[in-house]
Design a protein around this ligand. Structure first.
Ligand SMILES: Nc1ncnc2c1ncn2[C@@H]1O[C@H](COP(=O)(O)OP(=O)(O)OP(=O)(O)O)[C@@H](O)[C@H]1O
Length: 202
């Protein structure tokens, strides 16, 4: 289980979202909603441990998280197989075959990641999630660049992950056809702190 309590997240030292409370149970998915700039990426980066919370606590994160950001994070001079094998060794898992099959990468095994199309790169980046063996997937717009068939593959992979007891927290504008909770970050927009500080001078 992943739990956020009284969480405030910030960018550049400025609070973006505050007083967030949510729970993500094992086997469940939670979709973040909110307009551009609302703070979804900032929240995901914080949950993924790339930046500390400004306030509040996160339980069940840390080493349990596998994060897929906007960027695919591929090693461009390694092949598809080498990329997945590299991550398997980093995360101490073995076997990349399930990930290759799930994201239809068989025909691309020996291609350098740098030579893949945008959608193929994204498929490889998402296949990495399966190789990590980590239970909580944190996903930032995972379907960008994917065609309809690949979106279906991704939705299947998430569904399988959830049915195996994993969970997923994701920002996406696409309906993946999954049963998922929704967290609208709009109501948690941080109040401007400068206005609060000004009160000291009233
Ligand atoms: N590196 C940065 N330094 C300072 N402020 C930033 C930085 N990156 C983003 N911001 C600001 O933080 C706020 C939240 O941005 P964030 O990327 O979390 O929003 P988002 O909901 O993910 O948006 P989108 O739907 O456009 O991806 C925005 O006002 C944005 O301009």
């Amino acid at each position: 289980m992943l739990t956020a309590q009284d969480l405030t997240v910030s960018r550049g030292g400025i609070p973006v979202l505050e007083s967030l409370n949510f729970t993500l149970n094992d086997g469940a998915a939670l979709v973040l909603r909110g307009p551009n700039g609302a703070g979804k990426t900032t929240l995901l980066r914080t949950v993924a441990g790339l930046q500390p919370p400004m306030q509040g606590t996160l339980e069940g994160a840390g080493e349990r998280i596998a994060y897929a950001a906007h960027a695919d994070g591929l090693k461009t001079m390694l092949t598809v197989t080498e990329n997945l094998s590299f991550w398997a060794s980093v995360f101490g898992t073995s076997g990349i075959e399930d990930a290759v099959q799930a994201f239809d990468l068989s025909a691309l095994r020996d291609r350098l990641a740098g030579s893949l199309s945008a959608g193929q790169k994204r498929r490889l980046g998402l296949a990495r999630l399966m190789v990590t063996g980590r239970p909580v997937w944190v996903l930032d717009e995972p379907t960008v660049s994917l065609d309809a068939v690949s979106v279906g593959l991704f939705a299947d992979a998430v569904r399988a992950h959830l049915s195996g007891g994993g969970s997923a927290l994701m920002a996406t504008h696409i309906d993946l056809g999954l049963e998922a909770g929704v967290l609208d970050v709009g109501p948690f927009k941080a109040r401007p702190r400068a206005a609060l500080e000004d009160e000291a001078f009233l």
